[in-house]
Write a new protein. Sequence first.
Length: 195
Amino acid sequence: MTEIELKASLEGLDPARLGGTAARLGFAEAGVCAEEDVYYNGIGRDFRRTDEALRLRIRAQDGKTEAAVTYKGAKQDDRSQTRLELETAVADAETMCAILGRLGFQAVMAVRKTRRLLRRGNTTICLDEVDGLGPYLELETLAPDGAPEAEKQRLLDGLLALLDELGVPRSRLGRRSYLELLMARAMSKKSDQGV
């Protein structure tokens, strides 16, 4: 599947108001969860250079914990975070972490967030509070494998229209992942400290 995704900073905006607007647009609450995403770097290639990602996600929701490992391909356009996404459930996150380590994959950083999910059809709104970054909005939908470029663009245009309906200025959009944003912040702190 190809994940069509937009991400926007909500700094200074009211996420609760956005949730109310989403409800008026027909989105239904799908729960609140805590997620920890551990990102790994590749063996023989640097995922930062290839714009790929390998992630182990641990999600806690309604007293249950589940895990999944996800590969994300390079971003496919210059307007969004659209990319190939392959994901599978993992029965034991700790064992998966050990397997990745034994294979030589190195954990780079963990991203922790609280996520409120709202859904309407195949579209998901994520209202995130990301540790170290603050509030963000993600809009997501999926395009089937082999979908023509015109279909992907139609889906992206639909997400942009939804962003407008939610009242989030397009100037708040960004293409960097939470991992990239946190790594840039860490590098900036090191630079400020003269390290």
